[in-house]
Design a protein around this ligand. Structure first.
Ligand SMILES: Cc1cc2nc3c(=O)[nH]c(=O)nc-3n(C[C@H](O)[C@H](O)[C@H](O)COP(=O)(O)OP(=O)(O)OC[C@H]3O[C@@H](n4cnc5c(N)ncnc54)[C@H](O)[C@@H]3O)c2cc1C
Length: 356
């Protein structure tokens, strides 16, 4: 049973792209609107899928449900796009100080399925004093996925290039209308910009992340290293390093941030390197650090998918799957991800006099 016959997706980051891909597979008509120049966090993302979350070595929320599904989906995409997307560099998580080691000791049992090895010697990196662990994760090259579908959907006129002013989305009895596009359902996949629309009442926590793209004449090791920052080789001599978190300014890169990043990089990679450029993007998270999906509690033709923080690569296959179940069979998303859990946290956005 298909309960929705036409969908409008706002935003073609990783979330909007995977959702469009699945709608396409299911034969459900859709349009995607994407503004230019792009402000797409997914295009600066390191694409890491890491079962360990945060500084205290917690197992990522729903790691069991999300990681193996993500792996399968990106394998299918690799085959469909006929290009390598997955990289299996081992992830070395270094203990920066004795507290890291202690946190790990406390969580070791829960994490055991995801730890390949414990390390006592982590040279040539500094911080070797406390050792580290090798984590069972992987990395996804996200931008070719977005670029592939951008090109495909441009050719099929599925992608609309332009800005969708959310206040111009008109709600009517059968669904929504925007710019001549009629749909039963509009799903806001606009990343941090979703806070401007029908979901402005969510308790957002937005942060800017900066990453250094650099080169070193020295051959880079075939592994990702995490010492609070990611050091990710992108070939034999290029690397990505970051990300910093800035909560105060989402647009301006302060010189102080770049210096801090460079200091951290030098501590990890004590060899000569050059910075080629600095990339920035804004991560969208909500107060409980869990994703948000589902229909607006009072405006059912508006939906959202986001709030993935630094784990969208891992979360989106699972979240899109849940959205597809909602679209095809009318199922409710799981409570821990359902946007309705925040109902009542702020007054609802009400541009057209819709009564909550
Ligand atoms: C520096 C950095 C490093 C990161 N590293 C990782 C990592 O290693 N692993 C990981 O899983 N995640 C990482 N992330 C998090 C990453 O942002 C998310 O995982 C995910 O890719 C976000 O995807 P999204 O589709 O929700 O948002 P976005 O990628 O931001 O896409 C939203 C899109 O919507 C468009 N849009 C918004 N509003 C409108 C509108 N009104 N009209 C038209 N278009 C609109 C935007 O232009 C944008 O293209 C990182 C983020 C940053 C900033």
């Amino acid at each position: 049973m298909v309960s929705v016959s036409h969908v409008l997706i706002v935003g073609q980051g990783l979330g909007g792209t995977l959702l469009g891909w699945q709608l396409e597979q299911a034969g459900i008509p859709f349009k995607v609107v994407q503004s230019y120049p792009r402000r797409t966090a997914s295009l600066v993302s390191a694409g890491m899928v890491d079962p360990i979350s945060g500084q205290r070595f917690a197992l990522a929320h729903r790691a069991v449900d999300t990681i193996s599904l993500a792996r399968r989906w990106y394998e299918v995409l690799e085959a469909e796009l006929n290009m390598p997307l997955i990289s299996d560099y081992p992830i070395w998580r270094l203990f920066r100080h004795i507290q890291d080691y202690e946190y790990y000791q406390k969580k070791k049992g829960v994490l055991s399925a995801y730890i390949e090895q414990e390390l006592t010697d982590v040279r040539p990196y500094l911080s070797s004093k406390y050792g580290g662990i090798v984590v069972n994760g992987f990395q996804i090259n996200v931008s070719p996925i977005i670029r592939y579908f951008e090109s495909k959907w441009t050719q099929s006129s599925t992608l609309i290039r332009g800005h969708c002013h959310r206040r111009d989305i008109r709600i009517h009895g059968q669904g929504i209308e925007w710019n001549g596009v009629e749909a039963d359902l509009c799903i806001d996949c606009g990343g941090f910009e979703s806070e401007k629309g029908y979901f402005d009442w969510l308790p957002y926590r937005l942060s800017r992340g900066d990453v250094l793209i650099g080169e070193s004449d020295r051959l880079l090791p075939e592994r990702v290293v995490n010492n609070g920052y990611w050091f990710r080789p992108m070939g034999a001599h290029s690397f990505q390093f970051g990300a910093s978190y800035a909560w105060d300014s989402l647009t301006r890169i302060e010189a102080g941030h770049v210096h801090l990043l460079q200091d951290a990089l030098t501590a990890l990679w004590p060899y000569p390197y050059r910075i080629v450029r600095i990339d920035s993007g804004v991560r969208q998270m909500v107060a409980d650090a869990k994703p948000v999906i589902g229909r607006h509690p009072d405006v059912a033709s508006m939906g959202i998918m986001g709030g993935v923080g630094s784990k969208g690569t891992q979360w989106y296959p699972y979240l899109v799957n849940e959205w597809m179940n909602a679209i095809r069979y009318g199922l409710q998303p799981p409570d821990d991800c359902n946007v309705a859990r925040f109902k009542g946290s702020k007054p609802f956005y009400n541009p057209q006099g819709i009564r909550p």
